[in-house]
Design a protein. Sequence first.
Length: 452
Amino acid sequence: MQLQAGIADSWQIQNAGKSYVFYLNRKTRFSNGKICSAYDVMYSFQRLRDTSLASPGAWIFENRLDSIKGFELIDSFTFAIHLKEAFAPFLSILSTSYCGIVCSGTEKNGIPIGSGPFQVQSWERDGYLILEKNTYYAKTDAQGKSLPYLDRVVISTLSEGATEFLAFLDGKIDMILDIDASFKDIIFTPHNTLQAHFQEYMKLETSQFLNTEYIGIYAEAENAPDIIANTAFRRAMAYALPKSDFVFTILKGKGSAASGGLIPAAFPGFDSAQYGIPYDPAQAKAILDSLRKEGIVQTQAIPMSVPPTYAIWAESFQSAWKAVGIQVSIDIQPNAVIRTGMREGKLCMFRASWIADYPDPENYASLFVSTIGAPPNYTRFANPEVDALYTQAVQNQENRNQLYRKLDSIAIQSATIMPIVYDKAWRFVSKRVRNAQPDRLNRIIMEHIQLQ
């Protein structure tokens, strides 16, 4: 997983990791024909920080820029960013969609103008987004043919999953990124492959996705039984979870059982991680027996908070824990209520997921840092050795994966976070669609899509 050049042909990291200098491609044009310059980069980043716009990406530069220099226009095609202190994942953060460069001072029907392979023709909120080919886009394929291949793309933003899937079956949609849970037993065989009659006109494509589904525990929450503060007890809970069976039966193979820590297997260097707490119900029972001999017993059920869409997950976990003698109750709440409870420290156990904002393991390591609040450290985990490893990793460009791996392997043994599954992205695609490949953040690389 390597960052690739976009509108910048090259860049340099200077001043002990505090300064980033970008040299822009002088031929990149916006969809209105204007050359993309360093002034547009300055405008786009200042726009991101504009408090009146309340951008959800404002966090990218918040408390991070040098107070004197910050952004620097060196010349028309050279731009620099100066940080207060070194932060090695910074380039990865700049690859987020928030940091897309738009044409300064120009909008089309209230929509910023970009330099990507497509331009916005129209956008109906809660309806359809219609994209048209950017004729000024300069990239070509290996044979020298101009990209993108498609002239027009229509994206539905309608949220009703059942309606979307039926439209796909009728041939009105060429690709959907998931299906309503009610259809899964209909289209999949017991071996989690597509039924033969569906294979005639559609295909299921999968790819790794930077998302970890996990169970989080905050032992000092308002509704936490005393037993949950015991590390051995939490480890017994982790040993009792049959992750592989869960992925196969509940998720229909959408993902892989989490064998390592919180950092997902989609990151190079973490795909073979085996330092997590494995499924071992005998070990879970042995730990509970040992605790009972010490007079440590569970006296009340542990409430697990989940939204309605994850009730089946919760019932599966509840059954696994009951099998080893651990009592858990299920607390169904709206997702917004659960998010608030996690942030305010009111929930002792909850199902959660962490989808990477940017392609760097730091995005996950931060969930274990004591100086970082909630979000993302919803479990309020604190360990001086983990904090030191994190600081070392973000201040240096070398050996970072090794440091993150060590941090992850230490933190996961406390069982305040129990990783369940490393997610995979699904795409149900019409047989006429080719090359609909996403990146690890599940963003479809649309310039390469072709229709047969």
